[in-house]
Design a protein around this ligand. Structure first.
Ligand SMILES: Cc1ncc(C[n+]2csc(CCOP(=O)(O)OP(=O)(O)O)c2C)c(N)n1
Length: 733
C-alpha cells in the first residue's frame, strides 16, 4: 500500500476480481469497516470516560489494520484466542459487537465478557473461543500453549472428549479440530516477561499450533523498545527458535498484514509448528486515558506517527483504487457511527450487576466438592492388607495409587512437571536399559510406562510454565494434574497461582473454568532440608479466593482427598508433606479405586474433653504424641482435629470441639506470625468468645527460616515437646 497523501480522487473502478495479496475488494471494505468501527468505539469510550460514565479506557487505536486483517484469516469458534487489551478490531472481526464492548465499559450486569467484573477491553466469549484475559502483561502466553497442547491431545485421543456423569467432565464441554490455531498476542513490551519466553520455548519444542502476535508500537507505557528489548527488535532475538514461521510486517498496512498472517497460519495449520508475526503499529492515543505521552514523547515524534495512522491510509487507498468513493466511505462511516451511538445509548441504560452476585462463580456452581457425593468410604481391605501388616501402604503409595486409578478411569488426565516422567528418552525404557525415575520422590513412577508419554511427561524447569500451561489445558477440558517439585520453588508460579488459575471462572462470569490440580511437595522435619527444601507457606494460598487448598496428614486421607481434587470442578492446590510420604504413622491399606473424602470435613484424630488441638499436616503425629503424654502424665484429655483441607475448612467441627472443651490451641508448622492459625484463632475469639475459659494459643515455627543444622531445625520447627508444653500450660490457665 502506498503512503502518498494525494487528494482523494476517484480513479476508474478496478475489475471486481482484482485482489490485493489475496484480499478481495469486498474484504478490504470489510477491513476498513472493522477498523473504523473499532476506532469509533475507542472515541466513544474516551468521551464517556471524560463524562465519568465509564471508569477506565484503553484503546486499540493504531493497531486496527493488523488485527482486522488477522481476524479475517482466523476462524471464530474454531480457532482459539488469547487476545490482549489492544485487540478490539480482532474481536470485532470475530463477532463481538460494539454493544458487548460498551456493556463492559459501563460495568453492566449484561457485560458478556465478565458480568461487570473486568475493566473494558478484557474480552471473553465462550461461543467465539475468546478466552478470558487478565491485566498482567504476558501471562496469557502460557495459557495459549496449554490450550494448543490440549487441542492436539484431544485430536489424538478423541474419546477423551466424552462426558460421563459423576465428575467435572459432566460440566466441561470439549471441542477440537485437527488443524485449529491458537492465537495469542501482546505488545512488544510484554515480551520482556519470562512467561513469554517460557511459552516460546514450549511451543517451539512441542511444535504446537500457536500464533504469537506481537503488536509493536515502540512503547510500553513510557519505556521505548530499545530500552525494553536488547537490540530494540524482538524478531531478531527469537529468530532461532526451531520450527517457527516468522513474519515481520508493517502492521499499519492491512494488505501486508493479511499476507503475513495468512502465510503464518498456513504453516501452523499444516502442523509444521508455531508462528510469529511481528507487526509494527502506532499508538496515537497515549498508553491509556491515565497516561499523557507528551510527558515523554516530543511533538516531532508524535507528528511523524500521525502519518502512519492506518485508518487515514486505508481510506485513501480505497479511494485511490476505486474500491470505494467518498460517498461510499461516508455511508460506511455513518453506519458505524450510528451503530456505536445505539450501542452506547443501550449500554448507558443497562443496569449494573446486583450486589448479591458478588460471590457467584468463585467456585463451580455445578459440582460442590464439600457435598456428600464426594463421601465414598474405603473399600474393605483384603485380609492380607489390614493396618499394621506389611501390606499397609504409605502416603506415597496411596497417592501414586490414586493417580494410577484416576488415569485409568479418565483419559483427560495428563501428568506433567519436572522429572515426573519415567524417562523422557523413551527408547531407554523400551530397550529396558533403565528402570525409570518417576519424580524426585517417585510418586509418579510407572505412570509413563502405563499411560505413555502423551499423558505423563517432563516439563522444562519453569514453574510458571507448569501452572500456566495447566490453566490453558484445563480451560479446554483436560484435567492436568501437574507437579511442583518443591513448595520452595513454587514462587516463580505465584503470579499464575494468584492472578490466573483461581480467577478464570469468576472474572469470566462462569464463561470459562480451569479446574487443574497442582500437586506440591511441602514441609520440613527433613534433617538437612534447610531453607529451600523445608518451607511451608500454605496461608499465602488460603488467602486466595477460588483456590481449594488441601493438606493431608496420612495415607488414606491423601488418597481420598486427591481423588476428590481430581474429580472436582475447581482448581486445587494439593500439598503433600514430604516427611509424611513414607512415615510409619498414618499408613493404610489400599482403599480401592473410588475412595473419596469431601473437602471441608475435619477428622477427629482423638476425642477429648479438656483442650481442642486444631492442626493439620506433619504436626498431626506430633500433636498426637503430645496428647498421649499429657494424658499419661497429667490426665489432660486433648481432642485433636486434623483439618485435612485448609480452604475450605471445617468451622463446624472446630466450633463443636471448642464449645465442648472451652480451651483451644492451633498448631501448625509454618512460621507463627501471620500464619494459618491467626485466622482460626481470630474467628474463635470473634464467634466463640463466651465459650472460652482461656486465651486461644498458637504453637508454630519460629519467625525465621528453616536452618540446615539439625539441632537448629529442631529448635525452629514446632516439636511434640512444644505442643506438650503448650497443652500443660493451657490446662493450668
Ligand atoms: C505484569 C504487569 N506488569 C505491569 C503492568 C502495567 N502495564 C500495563 S500495560 C504496560 C505496558 C505494556 O506494553 P506493551 O506490551 O508494549 O503493550 P502496549 O500497551 O504498548 O500495546 C504495563 C507496564 C501490567 N499490567 N502487568
Amino acid at each position: 500500500m502506498a503512503t502518498t497523501k494525494a487528494a482523494p480522487k476517484l480513479v476508474p473502478k478496478a475489475p471486481e476480481e482484482k485482489t490485493y495479496q489475496g484480499l478481495t475488494r469486498r474484504q478490504l471494505i470489510e477491513i476498513y469497516r472493522l477498523m473504523f468501527l473499532s476506532r469509533r468505539i475507542d472515541d466513544r469510550e474516551i468521551l464517556l470516560k471524560r463524562q465519568q460514565k465509564i471508569f477506565f479506557q484503553i484503546s486499540g487505536a493504531g493497531h486496527e489494520a493488523l488485527l482486522a486483517a488477522a481476524g479475517l484469516v482466523l476462524k471464530p469458534g474454531y480457532d482459539w484466542f488469547f487476545p490482549y487489551y489492544r485487540d478490539r478490531a480482532l474481536v470485532l472481526a470475530l463477532g463481538m459487537t460494539p454493544l458487548d464492548m460498551l456493556l463492559q465499559a459501563v460495568g453492566a450486569a449484561d457485560d458478556p465478557s465478565s458480568g461487570g467484573r473486568q475493566m473494558p477491553s478484557h474480552w471473553s466469549s465462550r461461543k467465539l473461543n475468546i478466552v478470558t484475559g487478565s491485566s498482567p502483561t504476558g501471562s496469557q502466553y502460557l495459557h495459549a500453549v496449554g490450550c494448543a497442547h490440549a487441542g492436539r491431545y484431544l485430536s489424538r485421543y478423541p474419546d477423551a472428549a466424552k462426558k460421563p456423569p459423576g465428575d467435572y467432565r459432566e460440566f466441561k464441554d470439549v471441542t477440537f479440530h485437527g488443524e485449529e490455531v491458537v492465537y495469542v498476542s501482546s505488545g512488544e513490551g510484554a515480551t520482556s516477561e519470562g512467561e513469554f519466553w517460557e511459552a516460546m520455548n514450549a511451543a517451539s519444542n512441542l511444535k504446537l499450533p500457536v500464533l504469537f502476535m506481537i503488536e509493536d508500537n515502540e512503547y510500553a507505557i513510557s519505556v521505548p523498545c530499545e530500552v525494553q528489548t536488547a537490540g530494540g527488535n524482538i524478531s531478531r532475538l527469537v529468530a532461532n527458535f526451531p520450527d517457527f514461521h516468522f513474519e515481520e510486517c508493517d502492521g499499519t498496512d492491512p494488505i501486508e498484514s493479511y499476507a503475513a498472517v495468512a502465510r503464518t497460519v498456513e504453516h501452523i495449520r499444516a502442523g509444521k509448528g508455531p508462528g510469529f508475526v511481528h507487526g509494527h503499529v502506532v499508538r496515537p492515543y497515549s498508553h491509556s486515558l491515565s497516561d499523557d505521552e507528551r510527558l515523554y514523547r516530543p511533538e516531532s515524534e508524535r507528528k511523524e506517527e500521525v502519518k502512519r495512522d492506518p485508518i487515514t491510509r486505508l481510506q485513501m487507498f480505497l479511494i485511490r483504487e476505486g474500491i470505494l468513493d467518498e460517498k461510499g466511505i461516508s455511508d460506511l462511516e455513518k453506519q458505524a457511527d450510528q451503530e456505536v451511538q445505539e450501542a452506547s445509548d443501550r449500554a448507558l441504560e443497562a443496569p449494573p450487576p446486583a450486589k448479591e452476585s458478588i460471590l457467584q462463580f468463585i467456585y463451580s456452581p455445578d459440582l460442590d466438592p464439600t457435598s456428600p457425593r464426594f463421601d465414598v468410604p474405603p473399600a474393605p481391605a483384603p485380609a492380607s492388607s489390614k493396618p499394621g501388616t506389611v501390606a499397609s501402604k504409605t502416603m506415597a503409595d496411596l497417592i501414586t495409587a490414586c493417580l494410577r486409578d484416576e488415569m485409568r478411569r479418565d483419559p483427560r488426565i495428563v501428568v506433567f512437571g519436572e522429572d515426573v516422567a519415567d524417562c523422557s528418552r523413551e527408547q531407554y525404557l523400551k530397550e529396558k536399559l533403565v528402570k525409570g525415575k518417576g519424580g524426585v520422590f517417585k510418586l509418579t513412577a510407572g505412570l509413563q510406562m502405563e499411560f505413555g508419554p502423551d499423558r505423563v511427561f517432563n516439563s522444562p524447569l519453569a514453574e510458571a510454565s507448569i501452572v500456566g500451561r495447566s490453566i490453558g489445558m484445563a480451560v479446554r477440558g483436560l484435567k492436568p494434574v501437574a507437579e511442583i517439585q518443591f513448595f520452595d520453588y513454587i514462587w516463580p508460579a505465584m503470579h499464575q497461582l494468584r492472578d490466573e488459575l483461581p480467577l478464570i471462572r469468576w472474572r469470566s462470569f462462569d464463561g470459562f473454568s480451569s479446574p487443574a490440580v497442582i500437586r506440591v511437595a511441602i514441609g520440613g522435619y527433613l534433617t538437612g532440608g534447610a531453607i529451600y527444601h523445608s518451607q511451608c507457606g500454605e496461608s499465602i494460598f488460603t488467602h486466595i479466593p477460588g483456590l481449594r487448598v488441601v493438606f493431608p496428614s496420612n495415607a488414606l486421607d491423601a488418597n481420598g482427598l486427591l481423588r476428590t481434587a481430581i474429580r472436582s470442578d475447581d482448581p486445587v492446590l494439593f500439598l503433600e508433606h514430604k516427611r509424611l510420604y513414607r512415615e510409619t504413622y498414618g499408613r493404610a491399606p489400599y482403599p480401592g479405586p473410588d475412595h473419596m473424602i469431601p473437602f471441608g470435613k475435619a477428622r477427629v484424630v482423638r476425642e477429648g474433653s479438656d483442650i481442642s488441638l486444631i492442626t493439620y499436616g506433619a504436626v498431626v503425629p506430633r500433636a498426637l504424641q503430645a496428647a498421649q503424654r499429657a494424658e499419661r502424665e497429667h490426665q489432660i484429655n486433648v481432642e485433636i482435629l486434623d483439618l485435612r483441607t485448609l480452604s475450605p475448612y471445617d468451622w463446624e467441627a472446630i466450633a463443636g470441639s471448642v464449645r465442648k472443651t472451652n480451651r483451644v490451641i492451633v498448631a501448625y508448622e509454618d512460621v507463627l506470625s501471620w500464619g494459618y492459625g491467626a485466622e482460626i484463632a481470630a474467628r474463635i475469639a470473634d464467634e466463640l468468645f463466651e465459650h472460652l475459659d482461656a486465651p486461644v494459643r498458637r504453637v508454630a515455627a519460629m519467625d525465621t527460616f528453616c536452618a540446615y543444622q539439625p539441632a537448629l531445625e529442631d529448635e525452629i520447627l514446632p516439636q511434640a515437646e512444644d505442643v506438650y508444653q503448650a497443652v500443660v500450660k493451657l490446662a493450668g490457665f
